[in-house]
Design a protein around this ligand. Structure first.
Ligand code: PEP
Ligand code: MG
Length: 764
């Protein structure tokens, strides 16, 4: 059964549309299981009925006509029980129902498996047989495996609207195509899509048009020439190593590139106005698809040759088209499969209206940067047909996490109105900029900012930040092509320290690894979040750590507003080693090299559960503690902060997290150490109330959240916040905690600050 399963998966993955997927499945399952019939019933969410959507073995005309509720027939039984039903005498079962329109020949045996995605039954996959027999265990397992595969495809088709087209072809055109994602930086962004693709990824090339057909043809000719030369060179190098037959493979490659083959098809598409890259990827993908569907294993294998050839030519095409020449619209919505800081850095800041990434989640670094820069961001838009969106009008709703493509005038107008109201609130909040950051009972709460890019500084200072609680030094490292030298780092750090002086600036040592890979220092691990990251890397590479500490300290000469923060600490030994290196640098600089620098205060991040339970021991060794709730949540709840599939389990208000936060604050107080929170929870107005209630008096957040948090805290007294924190801590699950928090803060004076404006119904 493994081979048919592998074939089905491969064919499904390369199928051009959802209808073909269903046909492939019924066809292949019927053949593999040697049954008289295989059918798929899909749930119509409107009528809550299961509709026959594809079949082999029943009359094709019955597709779309046979409909059952969960209370009807054996299909309904599978759906309502959400488990397989395997019957030898189906017709004697009380739930058996006969549908004459199917032309059903009174099948005897029945095996049905539910198609379940994220706990929801989306449909039923059925096989039936005329002869009486019980399907065996391995057949049942096979059907369950296929339906699990189908579930993901159906969920995707549902989200992209393809499913709607199949079950309701007469449906009127929507006012916008809506794609869900994860709300990652608040705000509404309206503009034109600019698609960023990863290098040499055929599936990531946007369908883009050109005004320069001769130029594109020339680029394509050159890329072909270069590739042909490479193929010939490789063939020559392998002469004597490979047999003559094996070497013939290279001639096949060369023939594929000729005018009457792939080359000719690409030229035709370029002549229709597509760019060379876009034409090439379209042609190659189609050929990969065709080869993958071939019966013969030999021919199926050719799909990977075509793919390989496709990548080689694409690499040359990408080298010749210079991204620097790209013109960005004034209202750019940046869209990509896996957007990262370098993509953002290429676009002039004032032109970016929104960010959309197919991968990643609320706490991915792209999201954090989006928040820092105040750009509406949606991550984890896994169903977005992103490579086809170039130039389309797009609305990014960063509040609830959705993307609207090609909205009608009414929808766009309604969102423009929300955008306008938000701008008004932002303008009003600016009035609180110079108000003291105190609670209604007069207690000070210091509001600091998290930074990393130079552009954040303007916004941070405009918002009245009291200091920098977290400067992520890895961000400038991402923007380089190699490790920056000590002197290059010194200049970058000095710039930051000067901008904020005399306010303190907390510079965290390089925190790479996990989801933060430097392009020039790739780390490949099975389990990167539990692997080599943060302080573990820099202690293993003291040359990197020492250069960074030297650069930071030299940068602080004459300003002395530097604080050093150590990330990912999970043991006191790491702190001791890091402190020894820091002390060594300080002595070298001040005693041996004559710098006049004050010893910076040094702190550790509490972001790993081990550190929570060693808060005292850690506090003994350093000057301050900073709680990283992003990682702490991920490690405490065992939920990857970047994985959209488990994003719903990433609860910033989880009672276990509240307990940990309360414990850290109490321990820090007992040790008389300053403690702050620099995770994203601090920038969420509800989270900020909770943190103050739990005992924190310094919060560090994205600049775009600062005034909203300040305005909320100014309305509440410490006693009120303590009472709220105590009350919500009684609840056993995160949803109740959040609901109670929202309920406790339901006051007219907070309404505008805590609740986003009523958004237009996107399908209105
Ligand atoms: C955190 O983990 O909460 C944190 C602030 O660090 P980062 O998001 O950079 O991992
Ligand atoms: Mg962290």
């Amino acid at each position: 059964m493994l081979e048919p399963l592998r074939r089905i998966v491969q064919e499904v993955n390369t199928a051009p549309d959802f209808g073909t997927v269903l046909d492939i499945i019924v066809e292949r399952v019927k053949a593999a299981m040697n049954t008289g019939m295989c059918s798929i019933y899909l749930l119509d969410p409107m009528s809550k009925c299961y509709v026959l959507s594809a079949t082999r073995g029943l009359l094709p005309e019955s597709v779309g006509k046979v409909v059952m509720t969960a209370d009807e027939g054996l299909v309904g039984l599978v759906a309502s029980r959400a488990e397989p039903v395997n019957l030898e005498h189906a017709e004697t079962h009380p739930r058996f129902a006969y549908f004459p329109e199917t032309g059903e020949e009174r099948f005897s045996s029945f095996l049905g498996a539910p198609i379940i995605h994220q706990r929801e039954v989306l449909g039923v996959l059925v096989v039936q047989q005329q002869q009486r027999r019980r399907f065996d265990e391995s057949e049942e397992a096979f059907l369950i495996t296929v339906s699990a595969q189908l579930a993901g495809v159906i969920a995707h088709a549902e989200a992209t609207g393809e499913l709607v087209r199949i079950t309701a072809p007469e449906a009127e055109s929507e006012p916008a195509a809506i794609y869900p994602g994860i709300a990652s930086a608040p705000g509404i962004g309206i503009g034109r899509a600019v698609v960023v693709s990863s290098p040499a990824d055929l599936y990531a090339v946007p369908k883009r048009r050109t005004g320069d057909i001769p130029g594109e043809l020339e680029q394509f000719r050159q890329a072909l020439e270069e590739t042909q030369k490479d193929v010939r060179d490789t063939k020559n190098d392998l002469r004597g190593i490979l047999s003559t037959e094996e070497l013939e493979m290279f001639d096949v490659y060369l023939r594929m590139l000729e005018d009457h083959s792939l080359g000719g098809e690409v030229v035709a598409l370029i002549n229709q106005g597509f760019t060379a890259q876009s034409a090439w990827s379209q042609v190659i993908i189609e050929h990969i698809r065709t080869f993958s569907r071939m019966e013969s294993e030999y021919l199926r294998e050719r799909a990977s040759d075509v793919r390989d050839l496709g990548r080689r030519v694409l690499e040359y095409l990408q080298q010749t088209s210079r991204p620097a020449e790209r013109v960005y619209p004034e209202d750019t919505i940046l869209i990509g499969e896996d957007l990262a800081a370098p993509h953002l850095a290429e676009v002039p800041f004032e032109k970016i209206r929104g960010i959309v990434s197919v991968r990643g989640s609320h706490n991915s670094h792209m999201a954090i940067i989006g928040r820092a820069m105040g750009i509406p961001t949606v991550m984890g838009a896994i169903d977005l047909p992103w490579s086809e969106l170039e130039g389309q009008q797009v609305i990014v709703d960063g509040h609830i996490g959705q993307i609207l493509v090609d909205p009608s005038w009414e929808v766009e107008h309604a969102f423009q109105e929300v955008f306008r109201k938000e701008q008004m609130l932002a303008a009003d909040l600016l009035d609180t900029r110079d108000e003291p950051s105190v609670t209604s009972c007069g207690e000070k709460v210091s509001l600091w900012v998290n930074t990393g890019l130079r552009v954040d500084a303007k916004l941070s200072l405009e918002m009245g930040a009291a200091g920098v609680g977290l400067y992520r030094t890895e961000i400038p490292f991402f923007l380089q092509e190699r490790f920056p030298s000590e002197e290059e780092q010194r200049q970058i750090y000095r710039d930051q320290l000067l901008i904020y002086a005399p306010r303190p600036v907390t510079m965290r040592t390089l925190d790479i690894g996990g989801d933060k890979a430097l392009p020039y220092f790739p780390i490949s691990e099975e389990n990167p979040f539990l692997g080599w990251r943060g302080i573990r890397i820099t202690l293993d590479h003291p040359e990197i750590f020492l250069a960074q500490i030297r650069a930071m300290m030299r940068a602080s000469e004459g300003i002395d507003n530097l604080r050093i923060l150590l990330p990912m600490i999970s043991s006191t030994l790491e702190v001791d080693s890091a402190l020894a290196l820091i002390a060594r640098v300080y002595t070298e600089l001040t005693v041996e090299e004559g710098y006049r620098i004050e010893m910076p205060r040094v702190g550790v991040m509490i972001e790993v559960p081990a550190a929570v339970y060693q808060t005292r021991e850690l506090a003994q060794r350093v000057d301050f503690l900073s709680v990283g709730t992003n990682d702490l949540t991920q490690y405490l709840l065992a939920v990857d902060r970047n994985n959209p599939r488990v994003a719903a389990l990433y609860h910033a208000y989880h009672p276990a997290l509240l307990k940990a936060l309360r414990h850290i604050a109490a321990e820090a107080r007992a040790m008389q150490r300053e403690v702050s929170v620099c995770g994203e929870l601090a920038g969420d107005p509800l989270g900020a109330v909770l943190l103050v209630g739990l005992g924190y008096r310094t919060l560090s957040m994205s600049a775009s959240n600062l005034l909203r948090v300040k305005a909320v805290l100014r309305q509440l007294s410490i006693a009120e916040m303590v009472e709220i924190a105590d009350r919500v801590s009684e609840f056993a699950d995160p949803t109740s905690v959040k609901l109670e928090l929202q309920r406790a803060l339901q006051r007219p004076e907070l309404e505008r600050l805590l609740h986003v404006h009523e958004r237009p119904r996107s399908t209105a």
